[in-house]
Design a protein around this ligand. Structure first.
Ligand SMILES: NC(=O)c1ccc[n+]([C@@H]2O[C@H](COP(=O)([O-])OP(=O)(O)OC[C@H]3O[C@@H](n4cnc5c(N)ncnc54)[C@H](O)[C@@H]3O)[C@@H](O)[C@H]2O)c1
Ligand SMILES: O=C(O)C(=O)C[C@@H](O)[C@H](O)[C@H](O)COP(=O)(O)O
Ligand SMILES: [Zn+2]
Length: 358
């Protein structure tokens, strides 16, 4: 990719995708910002240092806020620690939060920005594939509780998002692959061209510097942008972005948030395809395509070691549920997501059995 591209999320915010663009994050802050809380994983200072340098050069005071890695960041305790820092430095509504890290960091920092003084500006600088194509885009923020994934959160649109593809050079392969689950999701729910690209060259899809991966990032961000622009607060349409997440989040919760989100969502998408197949909206070929495209990039397609009853309990806390009724996003053919409301429990159990390897 030679020149950075800017993808608008309606009139909500822009996403810049390019190479060597880390420093441009400072230009996305609103005028008048004096100081910034820079939230980043405690073991990953390098990219945050580049962003902090650019912010200081622009005349801002930067407060470094390292947080625990991965899902350990998404807790009420960590959020409270950041609120305390904002309080000590007397952050006002003309100050800002900048997140530099994976989806756990953008979710946490976005939530802290949403809640401090009932909302201060936030800029996201995602450093994982998953955060670039999904978590940092569109303003969903949140933290976990012991009872479930993202149970506390807010919608808070970022002032801007900068995706520097060069930072993917240091991302462990397993995390890059996990991000591809959310890319593939975009293919199944809206843009089959994504699936063609992955299937055409799975090896290139998993290489951080390949033009194929750059194209996948742009296409998936565009899918998410279209959906969010039409339904920011998830009144209905936005639920399609939750494809694979009902079971995926349940797996994460019963695992104590120690599994990668993308891996859990990959299994959840095969489960959703099985549900669609059992209810007659997904044919044999589309079901098989779920397994083959996910496996081609090294994502899991089956679950093991979980009791269905535990997963069912966790699925009951999904945000798409209404009272005691479970609601799933399933496909009615490729790229046509629909809702499956309150399905026969036997159907749900059978779909899980089909993705469970014991
Ligand atoms: N808000 C949303 O719309 C949304 C969408 C999708 C996912 N999510 C959330 O995102 C989270 C998952 O995000 P994730 O997959 O980015 O996980 P993550 O934030 O845990 O990052 C994965 C790992 O990569 C490390 N890392 C990050 N960037 C790196 C780099 N450039 N080089 C080397 N290491 C790097 C991190 O420190 C971490 O260990 C989940 O909590 C999920 O719920 C939110
Ligand atoms: O942006 C959305 O909307 C999504 O559902 C994207 C998902 O990939 C993401 O994991 C999101 O955090 C899930 O949201 P939740 O509302 O089910 O907690
Ligand atoms: Zn997700």
């Amino acid at each position: 990719m030679s020149e950075p591209v800017t993808i608008p999320v309606g009139d909500l915010h822009d996403v810049v995708v390019g190479r060597g663009v880390l420093g441009s994050a400072s230009g996305l802050l609103p005028d008048g910002v004096r100081q910034v809380l820079l939230v980043r994983p405690d073991g990953l200072p390098a990219y945050a240092d580049v962003v902090a340098g650019a912010l200081r050069e622009a005349g801002l005071v930067v407060h470094d806020a390292p947080v625990p890695d991965a899902e350990r960041a998404k807790t009420a305790e960590v959020a409270a620690g950041l609120w305390a820092q904002l309080g000590r430095h007397a952050f006002t509504r003309t100050d800002a939060v900048v997140a530099v890290g994976g989806g756990t960091v953008t979710d946490l920092a976005g939530f802290v920005a949403a809640t401090w003084l009932r909302g201060v500006p936030v800029v996201h600088v995602p450093t994982t594939l998953l955060a670039m194509v999904d978590a940092a885009v569109g303003g969903k923020t949140g933290i976990n509780t012991a009872e479930g994934k993202n149970l506390v959160g807010a919608f808070h649109t970022p002032a801007g998002v900068v995706c520097d593809l060069d930072v993917l050079a240091t991302l462990p392969r397993a995390d890059l692959v996990a991000g591809l689950a959310e890319v593939v999701k975009g293919g199944f729910i809206a843009d089959p061209g994504i699936l063609d690209l992955v299937e055409g060259d799975p090896a290139a899809a998993t290489r951080w510097d390949s033009p194929v991966l750059a194209e996948l990032v742009r296409r998936k961000v565009a899918v998410k942008a279209r959906v969010v622009a039409a339904d920011l607060r998830e009144s209905f349409l936005r639920e399609v972005l939750n494809y694979g997440h009902t079971l995926g989040h349940a797996i994460e919760q019963v695992e104590g948030f120690r599994v990668r989100h993308g891996e859990a969502v990959a299994i959840g998408m095969v489960f959703a395809a099985e549900l669609g197949h059992a209810s007659g909206t997904v044919d044999d070929a589309l079901l098989a395509r779920h397994r083959s495209v996910l496996a081609a990039v090294g994502l899991p397609t089956s679950d093991r070691g979980h009791r269905f009853e535990d997963l069912l309990l966790a699925m009951g806390r999904d945000k798409k549920s209404r009272g005691a009724r479970l609601r799933f996003v399933v496909l009615d053919g490729l790229a046509t997501p629909v809702r499956l409301e309150d399905p026969d429990p036997a159907l749900v159990r059978a779909a899980y059995a089909a993705v469970s390897s014991g």
